[in-house]
Design a protein around this ligand. Structure first.
Ligand code: MN
Length: 387
């Protein structure tokens, strides 16, 4: 497992009321709130509150200085002369939501995912809508229901439309997961000033894992004509660890070719560094890996999403969370949602022991990780409505 030195917010059993900023390396978490007080006093104020918000707002020069110091302590030979009380066993760290989520936007950037949903929901038509290759499609989600990994997810209730056209209110019968990456905004931007592609790295701090839980039956009935609403807003889970983009330099790869060529504000042809990321996700259902979605296949990058999000003059706030959209690859075992894996229920998955799943049942646990890179995990268990 390659160390990424991700940042998180944690407490310990002996001090449950005192959140601290931590940096993970293997089985250990460095208490950066405590370490910075003596070893990095010029930046200690960034960590005093125990959340990532001040660090996110501090901007790329501060991010680089802090990461250089932390790398020196935790990675470089001879640098690890840290007092033992600054190091906490990772298993003993109680992870919190790492930052205050400002606005939450969910995109739809995987061509394979969008085309699969098109084939399932609109058979006989072009699987991609006419706008799809011209812009990163997205919608504004609900920031207040973003929860940290480990938080139970209550099966949502909502309006459900039966095959005979009757409508009733009840628990979703088609609860799904969506495996995504989330890009965390650090530095805000100015009103009326779109963020060009070349400046994305000054605004984006890091990346976390996202499970964008989705109630497909509620969604299918409500989404015309304004898009996703209650079928999405009941919960979105994120990993407690935010991997700084600086840790992902070796994962950068050119994104797939685009056709047609995007408008100039979205055209990243030849841009350096590229914003594609060769990260392989793994989705486990009740401990059994059911999918390995490849992030390198994503059509639109986070830099393009940032440029598009601000193209109308809207501005960024510290803590904005931009989810990539469900990550799906071309292979059957690379699909990042159950609606694709089970082809809308027509081809249920068979789990070890013989249990079948078209959609999630109460008690099911979904865990998303990144192969070979320390992103931690985003994990959530479904609990029944009213349980
Ligand atoms: Mn999503």
């Amino acid at each position: 497992m390659e160390p990424t030195l991700p940042y998180g917010s944690f407490t310990t059993a002996d001090q449950p009321g005192r959140p601290r900023v931590g940096v993970a390396r293997g089985d250990t978490v460095l208490d950066l709130t405590a370490a910075s007080a003596s070893l990095l006093p010029e930046h200690a104020a960034l960590f005093a509150a125990g959340t990532l918000d001040p660090l996110l707002a501090a901007g790329p020069e501060a991010w680089a200085r802090v990461r250089a110091a932390v790398t020196g302590w935790l990675v470089e030979p001879g640098g690890g002369d840290l007092a033992p009380e600054l190091l906490v066993p990772r298993a003993a760290a109680r992870m919190r939501l790492p930052f205050a989520v400002a606005d939450y936007v969910d995109f739809y950037a995987s061509e394979h995912h969008a085309a699969n949903l098109g084939r399932i929901l609109r058979p006989g038509t072009d699987p991609l809508t006419p706008n799809w290759r011209h812009m990163p499609i997205g919608y504004h989600g609900r920031a207040g229901t973003v929860v940290v990994s480990g938080t139970p997810v209550t099966r949502p209730c909502g309006q459900l439309r039966a095959a005979d056209g009757s409508v009733a209110y009840g628990p979703s019968r088609r609860l799904d997961f969506e495996a995504e990456l989330g890009f965390v905004v650090g530095t805000p931007s100015a009103p009326g000033r779109p963020v060009p592609l070349a400046e994305a790295g000054r605004h984006l701090f890091g990346v976390c894992l996202v499970n964008d839980w989705s109630a497909r039956d509620i969604q299918a009935w409500e989404y015309v004509p304004l898009g996703p609403f209650l079928g999405k807003s009941f919960a979105t889970s994120i990993s407690p660890w935010v991997v700084p983009l600086a840790a992902l330099e070796s994962a950068r790869v050119p994104p797939p070719p685009r056709d047609p060529r995007p408008l100039p504000y979205l055209d990243d042809a030849g841009a350096e560094p590229p914003w594609g990321l060769d990260i392989r996700l793994e989705v486990a259902l009740n401990g059994h890996v059911v999918s390995r979605p490849p992030f390198a296949a994503m059509y639109w990058t986070a830099a393009q999403q940032l440029a598009h999000l601000t193209a109308n003059g809207a501005w960024l706030r510290t803590g904005d969370l931009l989810a990539s959209g469900t990550v799906s690859g071309p292979g059957r075992d690379e699909r990042g949602s159950l609606i694709e894996l089970s082809w809308n229920g027509a081809e249920p998955l068979t789990l070890p022991g013989g249990a079948e799943r078209a959609f999630l049942q109460d008690g099911d646990e979904v865990t998303i990780t990144a192969r070979g890179l320390d992103f931690g995990e985003v994990r959530g268990r479904v609990v029944g409505w009213g349980a």
